[in-house]
Design a binder for this molecule. Structure first.
Ligand code: GLN
Length: 202
């Protein structure tokens, strides 16, 4: 039997949840796909994958998943949103404004890189997580335009913040599950087991 507190939930309404599962397999971590609100009772943290935030929002409303995620966050459980997941977690969303969970104090602009580079692989830095530069995959990615006072910037690419954290909520605009580098998933697993220290390099 898996220990529910250590099992990572992967929101599997839509988007690239399967690649997160693959990365967690590689790290030997237990995971469970989260499709309904009650699935959250069996996991200790939640990854919200990239995909299409507007589609996920429809399901949030229809299935009560959005409310369940807010309750989950209020218990202090760690949540990591990538790309569309980060959009859903943000306090404010632009281009255009849309519903969101408001769990991390950032303003995020959807599809902000424009058409020419709506997908690109770049190199960025997460100095508190890794000594080496990280490959960062951006797919119709948003840009974090405002970072609130209580929010720490953990990763940058060029001049832009691309990975931010506020307490139990982690949000990134790139897709680590599409690279070979497990740094981000390892960091998130550390948050689940509660044995990480903020400045500890994993
Ligand atoms: N552009 C998508 C949205 O606004 C996000 C893209 C992604 O998750 N790769 O939801």
């Amino acid at each position: 039997m898996t220990n529910g507190h250590k099992t990572v939930g992967i929101l599997a309404i839509q988007g690239d949840f399967a690649m997160h599962a693959k990365m967690l397999d590689r790290l030997g971590a237990a995971w469970k796909l989260v499709k309904h609100a009650e699935d959250l009772e069996q996991v200790g943290g939640l990854i919200m994958p990239g995909g299409e935030s507007t589609t996920m929002l429809k399901m949030f409303a229809a299935e009560g998943v959005g409310t369940a995620i807010k309750d989950f966050a209020a218990k202090g459980k760690p949540i990591y949103g990538t790309c569309a997941g980060a959009i859903l977690l943000a306090k404010d969303v632009s281009n255009p404004p849309q519903e969101r969970l408001g769990l991390i104090d950032i303003t995020i602009e959807r599809n902000a890189y424009g058409r020419q580079i709506d997908s690109s692989v770049q190199t960025g830095e997460c100095p508190e997580l890794s000594d080496h530069p990280l490959e960062m995959v951006f797919i119709r990615a948003p840009i974090i335009r405002r970072v609130g006072e209580g929010v720490r910037v953990l990763g940058r690419c060029g001049n832009l913040p691309v990975l931010v954290e506020q307490g139990n909520i982690l949000a990134g605009t790139f897709h680590p599950e599409l690279t070979d580098d497990p740094t981000l998933h390892r960091y998130f697993l550390g948050k689940l087991s509660g044995d990480y220290t903020e400045r500890h390099k994993l």
